[in-house]
Design a protein around this ligand. Structure first.
Ligand code: ZN
Length: 171
């Protein structure tokens, strides 16, 4: 596995709409392994392929139980993800991004979403997520459409003006 370089704004590749994956081969598996390792090394809770300059519809995430720190974080791999349902309820929260190094922002997201995707072998699955996990999924799927959190944030904050505890768990 290789740690790959995470590109940052204003790299134009972050704004490209990602293409659908059609071959679930060894190259895809290698890319996914690299994405997980790169995300962990950063460290971040999610990483989308466009953040490596690769315009393909994949993201990975790693997230534990919000209420129980003893639960081992789970790794999520989404190929060709699509949000199929969105809750009417919205939530405001702070987001950051490995590709937007100097800022975090207040972003309103759906409290719950259902995501349809394929696994690394091309098998279809569906997952419903709530809370922080739903936020991560919406943030990462935005990356696949060339959308970054500052594009949808209500307010941006310079990271150097914030307290450390507020910066935990940024995406
Ligand atoms: Zn991001």
């Amino acid at each position: 596995m290789t740690i790959r370089e995470i590109i940052t704004i204003p790299d134009p590749r972050l704004k490209i709409k990602a293409k659908k994956i059609t071959s679930f081969d060894k190259d895809l598996h290698l890319l996914i392994d690299d994405m997980i390792e790169t995300m962990r090394e950063a460290p971040g809770v999610g990483l989308a392929a466009p953040q490596l300059g690769i315009s393909q519809k994949i993201f990975v995430a790693e997230f534990g139980d919000e209420t129980d720190e003893e639960v081992e974080p789970k790794v999520y791999i989404f190929v060709n993800p699509e949000i199929t349902e969105r809750s009417d309820d919205l939530m405001m929260g702070i987001e950051g991004c490995l590709s937007v190094p100097d800022y975090v922002g207040d972003v309103e997201r759906h409290l719950a979403v259902t995501v349809k995707a394929q696994n690394k072998h091309g098998k279809n699955f569906k997952i419903k997520a709530e809370g922080w996990l739903a936020r991560i999924f919406q943030h990462e799927i935005d990356h696949l459409h060339g959308v970054l959190f500052p594009d949808v944030a209500e307010k941006l904050y310079d990271i150097t003006e914030m307290a450390d505890e507020d910066l935990e768990d940024i995406v």
